[in-house]
Design a protein around this ligand. Sequence first.
Ligand SMILES: Cc1cc2nc3c(=O)[nH]c(=O)nc-3n(C[C@H](O)[C@H](O)[C@H](O)COP(=O)(O)OP(=O)(O)OC[C@H]3O[C@@H](n4cnc5c(N)ncnc54)[C@H](O)[C@@H]3O)c2cc1C
Length: 298
Amino acid sequence: MDRRHLLKLAGIGALSGLGGRCAARSRPVTLSQPARRFARVDVAWDRVIRTVVGLRPFRPSGFVVRGEKLGPKTVIHNYGHGGAGITLSWGTAHLAVEEGAKTPASSAAVLGCGAVGLATARLLQRRGMEVTIYARDLPPRTTSNIAGGQWSPFSVADHDRETPQFQDQLARAARLAHRYYQDMVGPYYGVRWIENYVASSTPQRAAEYGGALADLYAASKALSPAEHPFDVPHVRRFTTMLIEPPVYLNAVLRDFLLQGGRSSCATSPTATRCSSCASQSFITARASGRGRSSATRS
Ligand SMILES: Cc1cc2nc3c(=O)[nH]c(=O)nc-3n(C[C@H](O)[C@H](O)[C@H](O)COP(=O)(O)OP(=O)(O)OC[C@H]3O[C@@H](n4cnc5c(N)ncnc54)[C@H](O)[C@@H]3O)c2cc1C
């Protein structure tokens, strides 16, 4: 059944629903869901235009958000997001800014200008703070720029090293981030909803698709062979957001600057430099931890 035919049927269904007030009770129209057909992906070595390699700094026990006193100033650490720094950025930024709100500071410095630093800087601005970003590199020269950008809180910690406290922190950050990104769907931020298919020859564990966060993967379903065209027995479909890093990071940096934010190039900000800087509190929003490398080919 083609799309036009489906829409026609849906129209009949809608009309019969309206007319149902006068006529005898209308029969519900059931629309069947045919297997989706996909264009074959055109993959070939001679189509690769560039290979980039990036680290996904990772801590087995999970990312860290915590405050620390440094003389009269407060440093808030926010690092180690592994393979989900884009996904979690607004969530962990929210947690970091909550920590910062415990101080009376009215200005702040953010160290790092990737996904995490930018989200943090924007949330501080929304609280009316004066914000300066200090970073060695600005977009497009950050790791965040080469990420895949799928919204998915995966590869964040080693499951056997996660504490219940960390799991709660992860769940809170993921839910907050999911909510923030919903407001950014559209071409300006380069965020869109996208259907994903995971195909494998071995059974997939339900926990791999969100576990306690499963409700954040809309329409998640293990498909029967009749519902997919792939040549493997186990296929799951779910919907999540895709964030186009170059579009997204540019847009958030633009928002930050339009809102009066300042950025400054600085390499290796040290504790000493932090304490001599004019800002009253610091958020170290830059990747840190053991790297797990992964590559992207364009
Ligand atoms: C190939 C690949 C695919 C990925 N896919 C996804 C995905 O699909 N979804 C997802 O959520 N995540 C994904 N990730 C992970 C994600 O990219 C990272 O977790 C995220 O980009 C980390 O953001 P960040 O802001 O902490 O770090 P970065 O983007 O690395 O930014 C760090 C900032 O700190 C600055 N900085 C660093 N050191 C210093 C210093 N000493 N002095 C001054 N400034 C400094 C840098 O210049 C930069 O501005 C992927 C990663 C890779 C490599």
